[in-house]
Design a protein around this ligand. Sequence first.
Ligand SMILES: Cc1cc2nc3c(=O)[nH]c(=O)nc-3n(C[C@H](O)[C@H](O)[C@H](O)COP(=O)(O)OP(=O)(O)OC[C@H]3O[C@@H](n4cnc5c(N)ncnc54)[C@H](O)[C@@H]3O)c2cc1C
Length: 285
Amino acid sequence: MIPAGFEYTKPQSLDEAVRTLADGGDDAKVIAGGQSLMPLLRLRLAYPDLLVDVGGLDELRGVRDEGDSLWIGALTTHYQITRDPLIREHCGLLAQATGTVADPAVRHRGTIGGNLSHADSAGDLPAVMLVLDATLTVRGPGGDRQVAAADFFVDYLTSALEPDEILTGIRVAKPGPGWGYRYEKFQASAQSWAIVGVAAMVRRSNGQVAEARVGLTNMGTVPVRARAVEEAAAGAAADRGALRDAAGHAADGTSPPTDLNARPDYRQHLARVLTGRALAHAAGV
Ligand SMILES: Cc1cc2nc3c(=O)[nH]c(=O)nc-3n(C[C@H](O)[C@H](O)[C@H](O)COP(=O)(O)OP(=O)(O)OC[C@H]3O[C@@H](n4cnc5c(N)ncnc54)[C@H](O)[C@@H]3O)c2cc1C
């Protein structure tokens, strides 16, 4: 289908973009890579009067080393993230998960900021943000505010962004030594969305799991931390049997959706299996 008519503007500064967005009110929408928004416009599931293209804001692009943390600009594309040396060195989980997003064409245009702002529960990056304890920086007419990833994903396709706010960047702490990671994704076909995804990080010490973090993709309307798994894994032996036992809690308290691909009980089964694999891989066993 052809999208409904809209005005289009491409601001050259962040201040101008925020002002334009605020002036446009509820009928204005940010567009970055367009990989999620354009399909919605074509289906007329979204019909903004004004599109504010943030693609000209080069200050929101790229990755910076900030000592103990990395800053990732919201306009950094999936392709850039998978290849960035700082991300690969300090944030391998993000590089790996991003490499599973769609196909090369989408990864060349789609941005991390767009992926997170879209807040799709089937998106691969929100669960990774939870596990990394990321902080998102948001600019609105009143200035910047910081939002913890745990508070950013509010509901299906709904983030904590106000209509006049722009996500400018994401800050992730560099994990210290001893951490392993893994993103496991089960999909109906190569290059498609996750039926279920699991992001895991494990820190080993003396043959035991000192700390585990697990985030689940598409197991509810928002990404969730699998706290029961994390508690069961902490202090357990770093072997496949113990990690499989801990993974048995992966579906505890979840309410996964039903769609053409899977029923909730199948998703819960997948969550347990994939969590076991992700933990074992992250623990290096
Ligand atoms: C064929 C196909 C397959 C896909 N498969 C996957 C997949 O496997 N896994 C996955 O995670 N995703 C997948 N996606 C979705 C896609 O990768 C991302 O959601 C997309 O990259 C979003 O980034 P964008 O820059 O294109 O955002 P846009 O489409 O431009 O915007 C998306 C939404 O975010 C808002 N927005 C964008 N940037 C900002 C910002 N800086 N501040 C505030 N709001 C903003 C827009 O207003 C809009 O509501 C797929 C998409 C397609 C077309």
